[in-house]
Design a protein around this ligand. Structure first.
Ligand SMILES: [Zn+2]
Length: 414
């Protein structure tokens, strides 16, 4: 096969992936917006579609105990553990069509392209049924089921309509009492590979179609309460106030400066001013802080120092300050050998030096890291936009990612 012919084949496969992404986007709660949540009729239809494409690609298919859809390229003589490729098939509300789904479709297409190639290991593709947590606010349910960390307490969690996860599983045709019982163990996994849109602007800025992910940032979230003294906006002199919001304004500036100095990201995304009247001095402010870093150590020390700084600002202004940690996720590094392998195939197919970049967003890979070495590849997306209908990738970039994925899947053979 000439070089030109092989280019044409991958390009037509990439075009097929794009069409399939459009088709997947049609399985939605409403026709105007793409929303596909866990254990819904849309989930069922989308996975039935994936299963039929998997069969077409010659894969063995099954659904697991938490509703993930699997396909396997069966090895006639497996002498090594199984390679797992995957991403998620659920979406946020009013989503774009590539977040998660592109990774599933690329994995499936890579296996179809390798139809006649005999490998000494099975290769599984998995569509995780819940990553976003759109319905139950509990994220990463699909990969948790596979990695052996599905929490039975999640079954009691209710959606906005008061339907528990257990009863939603029941209506979907799953047995909640065995949810997570078919998890996989590390000795049986060769590696976990995930291709995902970048969801940020780095690759676009560097004019590169794909990039190698170094790891997934750890995150901590806090809820802060700052209390001062409410009072009359006209009668209390400016120098005699305990204005909680003025204190918080200074804190937010401190947070931004600190993040800039320490090369981390920190965001105050929610702020509530009380009592919230035009003529009353703010007596209390509640705000959130989301802080992330690829280095768990740096995350811990930065949070500690920053909280001290905020408390000091409060003290200077005679305000009370309380912080409550409401969420934390450990930073997870991608396996160095797998990063290297990705870089090799990327350089082969782009003729450019591979770009290594961290992920600021969470992914199924961070849960799969509990049972497997993980390797991730990012695909450039337009302006870094994601979780939005304007999410967009080009067929050319998808074609490069597919070439890389096809090589990567075969690269474990001795
Ligand atoms: Zn995603």
């Amino acid at each position: 096969m000439s070089h030109k012919d092989s280019m044409t084949e991958t390009e037509s496969r990439a075009a097929k992936v794009m069409q399939r992404a459009d088709r997947m986007a049609s399985f939605s709660e409403t026709p105007e917006h793409l929303t596909r949540a866990y254990l819904t009729p849309e989930h069922k239809l989308a996975h039935a579609q994936l299963a039929s494409w998997m069969l077409e690609a010659g894969l063995e298919t099954w659904q697991d105990s938490v509703g993930n859809q699997w396909g396997r390229k069966v090895s006639a003589n497996p002498t090594m553990p199984t390679l797992i490729l995957g991403s998620h098939s659920d979406t946020v509300a009013n989503a774009g069509r590539y977040d998660g789904n592109l990774g599933v479709l690329l994995a499936l297409e890579a296996l179809e392209a390798l139809g006649d190639v005999e490998l000494p290991y099975h290769v599984d593709v998995v569509a995780f049924a819940d990553e976003e947590g759109t319905r139950f606010n509990t994220t990463l349910i699909g990969s948790s089921g596979v990695a052996g960390c599905f929490q039975p307490s999640w079954l009691e969690v209710e959606d906005a309509n008061g339907v528990s996860m257990a009863s939603a599983m029941d209506s979907f045709g799953l047995e909640p009492q065995v949810a997570g019982s078919d998890s996989r163990v590390d000795e049986e996994i060769l590696a976990y590979l995930e291709v995902h849109i970048e969801q940020g602007p780095v690759l676009e800025a560097q004019n590169l179609p794909v990039g190698v992910v170094t790891g997934i940032a750890g995150a901590k979230r806090y809820e802060m309460t700052v209390k001062g003294m409410a009072g009359h906006a006209g009668t209390v002199p400016i120098g005699l106030r305990q204005d909680a919001f003025c204190g918080v304004a200074q804190m937010v500036t401190e947070i931004e400066n600190y993040a800039l100095e320490h090369d981390i990201v920190a965001t105050v995304g929610k702020c509530e001013v009380l009592p919230g009247a035009v003529n009353v001095i703010p007596g209390e402010v509640r705000f959130t802080l989301d802080i992330r870093s690829l280095s768990q150590h740096q995350l811990e020390t930065c949070c500690e120092t920053l909280l001290e700084k905020l408390a000091a600002i409060a003290k200077l202004r005679s305000l009370s300050f309380e912080s409550r940690n409401i969420y934390q996720a450990q930073a997870v590094l991608c396996d160095e050998v797998l990063q290297h392998k990705w870089a090799n195939v990327v350089e082969k197919h782009t003729q450019q030096t591979a770009c290594f970049l961290p992920s600021g967003a969470g992914h199924d890979a961070m849960v799969m890291a509990q049972v497997a070495n993980i390797g991730m590849l990012f695909v450039r997306c337009d302006k870094g936009i994601s979780h939005h209908p304007a999410e967009s990738v080009t067929t050319e970039d998808v074609s490069v990612a597919l070439d890389c994925f096809i090589d990567m899947v075969q690269s474990f053979a001795p």
